[in-house]
Design a protein around this ligand. Structure first.
Ligand SMILES: [Zn+2]
Ligand SMILES: [Zn+2]
Length: 269
């Protein structure tokens, strides 16, 4: 596989942007690849994401996979990743950072204790900032399951391009995971960031009891935090795409708003 040229901007490839179920052939569970300074980081790895990921990078060379929560549409393709490492790259391991129960959940799914241990180095997510290779990962709890997280990813301090005396201005990507309260993401976002937000319920409203977002909530979030642009994802069946985008634009005019699909790529700069 041809190595990516080193870039001073983070690059995002949308591997999967699907919800938990869909009737759209080719739709893929949540998975987003970030590349920076020769390193690759994956946020979530939902159903069908592994083969698409392997078409872009060697999965054995990932810096880490970060899992937002333990719904299968966000982590189930850790199973093929584990098998790939175990049988194709037995000397390679991949770091996986996720909710504390992730390892036992995967072992239980496969009915085999030690299933993960054979190939994956699993660590529990904690709130706050951590360095993952050349990336800075910031973690915040969000309302969804008992253990769900949103993230901000940016070039780690000292590696980012010089921006005068304001390194905090380096743009980042804020990813909502699945989130039932947009305000939980406010603390992660800096002005000018790209928001990658789930919009499960389209133009809304969110069904009672469903811990998800809709367009109006995402638009209000983008306006509050001064986002640079908004990428929408995880739209459920039955919701109109154009109406969903319009419902965000009605509340946010500070930058582009678009729905993303597998194959979408951009730089975060
Ligand atoms: Zn989901
Ligand atoms: Zn979920």
């Amino acid at each position: 596989m041809t190595p990516e040229p080193r870039s001073m901007s983070m690059r995002l490839d949308v591997i999967g942007a699907g919800p938990a179920y869909t009737d759209r052939p080719g739709a893929t569970g949540a998975a987003y690849l970030l590349r920076y300074a020769g390193a690759s980081l994956v946020l979530d790895l939902g159903q069908g994401a592994f083969p698409r990921l392997a078409g872009l990078v060697d999965p054995a060379e990932l810096e880490a996979v970060v899992i937002s929560h333990l719904h299968p549409d966000h982590f189930i393709d850790l199973v093929p990743l584990r098998h790939y490492l175990r049988w194709e790259e037995p000397r390679r391991r991949v770091r996986v950072i996720g909710p504390g129960a992730l390892g036992s959940r995967l072992d239980g799914l496969h009915g085999e204790s030690g299933f993960c241990e054979a190939a994956l180095d699993i660590e529990a997510l904690v709130e706050g900032r951590m360095k993952v290779g050349p990336f800075e990962l910031e973690v915040a709890r969000v309302q969804h399951t008992d253990s769900s997280f949103g993230f901000r990813v940016a070039p780690a301090a000292g590696l980012a391009p010089a921006t005068g005396d304001a390194p905090a201005a380096t743009p980042g990507l804020v990813y909502s995971g699945d989130c039932g309260r947009a305000e939980d993401l406010d603390a992660l976002a800096r002005p000018g960031d790209t928001l990658l937000c789930e919009v499960s319920f389209g133009a809304g409203p969110v069904a009672p009891g469903a811990e998800h977002l809709d367009g109006p909530a995402v638009g209000a979030l983008a306006r509050r935090v001064g986002a640079g642009r908004v990428l929408l994802t995880h739209l459920q069946m039955g919701f109109d795409r154009a109406a969903t985008v319009d419902s965000v634009r009605a509340r946010f005019d500070g930058g582009p708003v678009e729905l993303v699909d597998p194959g979408f790529e951009t730089t975060i700069a």
